[in-house]
Design a protein around this ligand. Structure first.
Ligand code: SF4
Length: 260
């Protein structure tokens, strides 16, 4: 067994949010975040969060998030892709007990699964897998849906499994950075997407800053990076290439849909 087992998770409802936790005394109207359902945060409150977090660096932002939100209501996902070691190293330093969700599409490279096991052991992560029901996944595999309808394939194998657990959480941290794609270039630190509050603490980290961090901490890259893969997803939809050019190559699709 690699790493540690994630403790049993339970579904939450609005009444559970922040129960038993001390309330912060922020003077800026955000003091209710630990009890408020973030679906009810106004555009102005999200704007206030963006302004308050903007001067902080990515590690300080993550530390602050755990002060503003109940830690058990924070969802962290990782694809254990090219440079996930950077994000996971920061998160595991800030909150070692944080659970990490891995969306298991069933189509990952064996190298990704080995990298996942390696990082889980290295950082002593608590990783849990989320996946489509076996029958639904099998139907996509049988139909080779990534060829005929990749949006539908991602919807079944990535988006639906994540949406099934989203109601357990108030805020979702992901490691997107603006330089990664045109779509991501317009993202902010906090924004509501598909009904959940997204938190992008690394959105303004440059590629050079990320690589400097990786080198300074002697972190391992995904094994396929050495073979020219700059971005790594499922085997059927990933080839070697710069940036995200190797994802859904030859198709208009550029995002799996999780971050749209
Ligand atoms: S990335 Fe490709 S194989 Fe993976 S879920 Fe999406 S369409 Fe299917």
């Amino acid at each position: 067994m690699i790493g540690q087992e994630a403790p049993e998770r339970r579904a939450a409802n609005d009444a559970d949010f922040g129960a038993g936790l001390a309330q912060p005394t922020a003077p800026n109207g955000l003091a209710t975040l630990r009890t408020a359902h973030t679906n009810r945060l106004s555009a102005g409150e999200i704007q206030s969060l963006n302004e308050r977090y903007a001067p902080l660096d990515c590690e300080e932002r993550i530390r602050q998030l755990y002060r503003d939100f109940p830690p058990e209501k924070v969802l962290v996902t990782s694809s254990f892709a090219a440079t996930s070691a950077f994000f996971l190293h920061v998160v595991s330093r800030v909150r070692p007990e944080q659970e990490i969700a891995f969306i298991d599409t069933g189509f990952h490279f064996p190298q990704t699964l080995r990298y996942k096991a390696y990082l889980t052991d290295l950082f002593r992560l608590k990783v849990f897998d989320v996946a489509a029901p076996p029958a639904a996944h099998e139907r996509t595999a049988h139909a080779r849906l990534w060829e005929a309808d990749p949006d539908r394939c991602c919807a079944v194998n990535k988006i639906a499994p994540l949406e099934a657990i989203e109601p357990d959480y108030q805020v979702w941290i992901s490691s997107l950075m603006r330089w990664q794609s045109e779509h991501r270039a317009g993202m902010r630190i906090f924004e509501r997407r598909r009904g959940i509050l997204k938190f992008h603490p690394m959105i303004d980290v440059t590629r050079e800053e990320r690589d400097d961090y990786i080198r300074a901490h002697h972190l391992p890259f995904h094994p396929l990076v050495l073979q020219g893969y700059a971005s790594i997803g499922c085997t059927h939809c990933t080839v070697a290439g710069e940036g995200r050019s190797g994802r859904w190559a030859g198709k208009p699709k550029t995002e799996c849909g999780l971050h749209l």
